[in-house]
Design a protein. Structure first.
Length: 93
C-alpha cells in the first residue's frame, strides 16, 4: 500500500509530472539499485525530518519549551533522556 501511495501520489506531486504506466515484470532486468542512488535516497529522506517537534496543550495551543522556544529542537534533545519523566514529549504539567 505504501509503495502505491509513493509511486502514484507522492512522486508525481513532488516531481510535478506523471509517471509512465507500469509495463509489467521484466525478468532480464536486475532488481537492485546502485550505491549512489541508495546514498542519495537515504540523504534526501533525512532532509525531510523537521528541525523540531511542536507540542500542543489540551486547548490545541502551542506550548513553550523549557527554553522558551516554540519547538523541542531535535539537535539539542536527541539524546536527552530527561525530556520528560514518563517518556513523552510533554515537558510541562
Amino acid at each position: 500500500m505504501l509503495q502505491n501511495v509513493i509511486m502514484y501520489e507522492y512522486l508525481p506531486a513532488f516531481l510535478n509530472e506523471d509517471l509512465p504506466p507500469y509495463e509489467g515484470f521484466k525478468p532480464d532486468m536486475h532488481p537492485g539499485i546502485t550505491h549512489v542512488f541508495q546514498s542519495a535516497a537515504f540523504r534526501f529522506g533525512h532532509t525531510l525530518i523537521p528541525p523540531g517537534i511542536y507540542t500542543r496543550d489540551a486547548k490545541c495551543d502551542f506550548k513553550k519549551t523549557d527554553e522558551g522556544g516554540s519547538a523541542i529542537r531535535l539537535c539539542a534533545s536527541w539524546w536527552d533522556s530527561a525530556v520528560s519523566d514518563d517518556g513523552s514529549l510533554d515537558r510541562s504539567d
